[in-house]
Design a protein around this ligand. Structure first.
Ligand SMILES: [Zn+2]
Length: 291
């Protein structure tokens, strides 16, 4: 799910607006202060990573994050480092009385870290805040239909991602995704995939920043063909490996394909080899090794 800033404002959206304002206040600094800020940030990260990894956090990883034990020792260490930065640098906030404990932070941050395990120094810097509800939450929604007719309603959500805004989760769904592998569903991978998609612009379009023109062209070709295949299969009630929610648009297709890539990698490589290959190139990972 991607947050839409044009939809109606409810209490949740007021909170999101506050997080936006906070981001733009900090992003309006001069070039000199940005350099100092970056230097201080790198120094702070080095100090953080020089500390030993807390034992209790290892317990959370083993209990709540199914893929952790299947990573190599080197990958586990890298994942620990990325998740420590995410835990330390994000503003964590509980909603509807939910208390964000260390277990909650580590469980969410570890799953987000898996996405960027093969990348260089990616800590989702544009995500300033992570909001957590105890369970599925209801958000007010206004949609503009034909003739400018606005429809108001409520939608139940497991999570959502906002451009340069917060990422929002239901803890029940975070745990379900983290503890159950092979079902192809993981709300943390899904919402942080949207954040990667939005690294090159406000509108998520299923195309995150690419390393080369060639990679971009290959991505376009494979993604459109695989998206059309899913639309066809879902319309005709044919069984598909990918969740039909991916037919919503190309942005949702990228997020759904990412969940499947990490959770059902073997099946994806068999039945969607071209899709598996471009995702493996993008993420610099071969998750079959984790199963
Ligand atoms: Zn989505």
């Amino acid at each position: 799910m991607i947050g839409n800033p044009e939809s109606g404002m409810d209490q949740l959206q007021w909170r999101i607006r506050l997080h936006y304002n906070w981001f733009f206040f900090y992003s309006s600094r001069s070039a000199g202060s940005i350099m100092i800020f970056k230097w201080l940030k790198n120094r702070r990260r080095r100090k953080l990573l020089a500390q030993p990894f807390p034992d209790s956090w290892l317990t959370y990883l083993k209990q709540n994050v199914h893929f952790y034990r299947r990573l190599s020792e080197t990958q586990q260490r890298k994942l620990q480092n990325i998740l420590r930065v995410i835990v330390a640098e994000k503003n964590w906030e509980g909603c509807k009385g939910f208390v964000v404990t260390e277990e909650v932070k580590v469980t969410i941050a570890a799953q987000a870290a898996l996405l960027v395990l093969g990348m260089q120094e990616e800590y989702f810097d544009r995500v300033q805040s992570i909001l957590v509800y105890p369970t599925v939450y209801i958000a007010a929604e206004k949609t503009m239909g034909p003739g400018g007719v606005v429809t108001e309603g409520n939608s139940a959500r497991e999570g959502e991602a906002w451009y340069r805004g917060p990422v929002i989760f239901s803890w029940d769904d975070v745990l379900r995704g983290g503890r159950h592998d092979h079902d192809g569903r993981n709300v943390v991978l899904h919402e942080f995939a949207h954040q990667l998609d939005m690294l090159n612009g406000r509108f998520a379009d299923g195309i995150p920043p690419m390393a080369s023109e060639q990679q971009y062209e290959q991505w376009q070709k494979v993604f459109h063909s695989e998206y059309n295949r899913l639309v066809h299969d879902c319309r005709n009630h044919k069984r598909s490996l990918l969740d039909c929610y991916g037919t919503t648009n190309l942005a949702e297709f990228f997020a759904v394909a990412t969940e499947c890539f990490f959770e059902r990698s073997r099946q994806m490589k068999q039945s969607h080899p071209a899709l598996y290959e471009i995702l493996a190139n993008y993420y610099h990972q071969n998750p079959i090794e984790y199963h």
